[in-house]
Design a protein around this ligand. Structure first.
Ligand code: AMP
Ligand code: MG
Length: 466
């Protein structure tokens, strides 16, 4: 399948064809399913990559970095993307690159906040009054007459107040007289009631959204209300997602033998899209150098490339070697956390950020959270935006932690007193994505921490934006 590279249009160049592939295999001869086609695949047994293996095992050539060091390295290599001007309908999830000021007083006129009658409060007395109705002002309309003593104007929510009036009495508190020419008020009303004065919210020229603000639905509403139909934002990044592994098949295929469904690509694509990134899916690459090279080369044309699998110590974990051959400079390979130790980060010859995440789905998910998401934020001019950690009371027990920070899927809720409580969910390790189905956060336990029990404080990060 050939598709134009989404970033090509954004960069102003001619679309570059990207070939999306889905290949999978395993050692020996086997039958594989590729988008419904059945192919025969024979994998040659490669000699084990001893040199690479030994280099990886050697901490001096590939030192284990802490999570915070890894995040610093990523942030040191990510620059904000160019600033572009976009319409509001293309701005969701992007970040403002210049302040937005409101171009008018808001509201721009004294405005009725209720359907009812505009009155002079002084006319309403203690026990109600009967006022002659001289006008009807609808939203978008204008008053035809000034209100004098003893007069009222029918008015609708959002309509401009007639001069002379200083309050709106809501329709529920009124009754028309039998001839329909006057209104009887059921209650008195104070000056200013149900009226929003001109500039009560803000004055023309007030900055309403600052550079660096991420645009969600409410920020987009504010920009629209302020007359900013086109706004300056950091260009939307394009990330490629590549799953690797001879054993992988796509979700719609029934596994045969030792095949495993690719859940990482849909997960990463979903995370990226939810964060506001354009995603190019590169499908599945087999564990061979040629297949990986082809896919990685495509991915390096994007702003980011997320690869899962093939970064550990296995005989067929060729990703680091192929990245090197494709000109990627690996900045770290191995992070001191559990799960996720084999995680890798590098930069492509043209600056693409390359993430090599372990294939185990929970490790890949954690890697997205710890590394990929902060990189996306930095591309959007929000460098330094790291997962926010909060303190919660633990419900359950957690063993003492070894020499790597440990992350545990958790359900984080607030108790009756409004305090956060984190319950560790049962899972069978990083290959088991099913425990994550109920998780909305991670419990973080730092290396060397002692065992903890119910009621103890633990650090958590939430799997949703706060
Ligand atoms: P790797 O990191 O390639 O050694 O893979 C570690 C484990 O994760 C293996 O059991 C793989 O089958 C599994 N795995 C790798 N990639 C994926 C994927 N895209 N979706 C689900 N599981 C995967
Ligand atoms: Mg693999």
């Amino acid at each position: 399948m050939s598709v134009p590279h989404p970033s090509a249009a954004l960069k102003g160049g001619a679309p570059v064809p990207l070939i999306l592939k889905c290949t999978a295999g395993s050692t020996g001869s086997a039958v594989f399913f590729c988008f419904g086609c059945v192919v025969l695949f024979a994998h040659a047994i490669d000699p084990p990559p001893w040199r690479l293996h030994n280099a990886l095992m050697n901490d001096a050539s590939s030192p284990l970095v802490s999570v915070s060091q890894a995040q610093r390295i990523v942030l040191d290599h990510v620059a904000p993307l160019p600033i572009v001007s976009v319409g509001l309908d293309s701005a969701l999830g992007l970040t403002l690159a210049s302040d937005i000021a409101c171009d008018i007083d808001m509201p721009p006129f004294d405005r009725a906040m209720m359907d009812g009658f505009a009155v002079r409060s002084a006319d309403t007395g203690e026990s109600g009054a009967t006022l002659t109705v001289i006008d009807h002002i609808a939203a978008g309309g204008s008053a035809q007459k000034e209100l004098s003593t003893g007069e009222a104007a029918r008015i609708n929510t959002g309509a401009p107040m007639p001069s002379g009036a200083d309050a709106v009495i809501k329709i529920e508190d009124t009754k028309w007289t039998a001839d329909g020419g006057a209104v009887e008020l059921q209650t008195a009303i104070a000056a200013g009631k149900n009226v929003c004065e001109r500039a009560e919210y803000l004055k023309s020229g007030t900055v309403v959204l600052e550079t660096g603000t991420r645009l969600g639905p409410s920020q987009i509403a504010i920009a629209a209300a302020s007359g900013a139909a086109r706004i300056d934002v950091y260009r939307r990044p394009v990330f490629a997602v590549l799953a690797t592994g001879n054993e992988l098949i796509e979700a719609g295929v029934a596994p045969q033998g030792a095949q495993i469904r690719n859940s990482n690509s849909p997960m990463l694509s979903a995370f990226l899209s939810d964060d506001g990134v354009d995603v190019v899916s590169l499908g599945i690459a087999a564990d061979d150098r040629a297949s990986l090279t082809e896919s990685i080369k495509y991915g390096l044309q994007c702003d980011g490339l997320c690869i899962t699998g093939g970064v550990s110590m296995g005989a067929y974990d060729f990703v680091p070697e192929v990245l090197d051959a494709c000109g990627v400079q690996v900045r770290f390979h191995k992070m001191s956390c559990k799960p996720g130790k084999p995680s890798l980060f590098g930069t492509g010859p043209e600056g693409a950020c390359v993430f090599g995440l372990p294939g185990n789905p929970v490790s890949a998910m954690l890697g997205y959270w710890l590394l990929v998401r902060p990189a996306f934020a930095a591309m959007q001019g929000r460098g330094g935006e790291l997962p926010k950690s909060l303190v919660a009371k633990l419900d359950g027990k957690q063993a003492a932690v070894g020499d790597r920070d440990s992350y545990w899927p958790a359900k984080v809720e607030s108790d009756e007193g409004g305090l956060l409580v984190a319950s560790a969910l049962s899972w069978k390790g990083s290959g088991d994505p099913f425990g994550m189905g109920r998780a909305n956060g991670w419990i973080i336990r730092h290396s060397g921490s002692p065992a903890v029990g119910s009621g103890d404080s633990v650090e958590v990060i939430l799997l949703s934006r706060l």
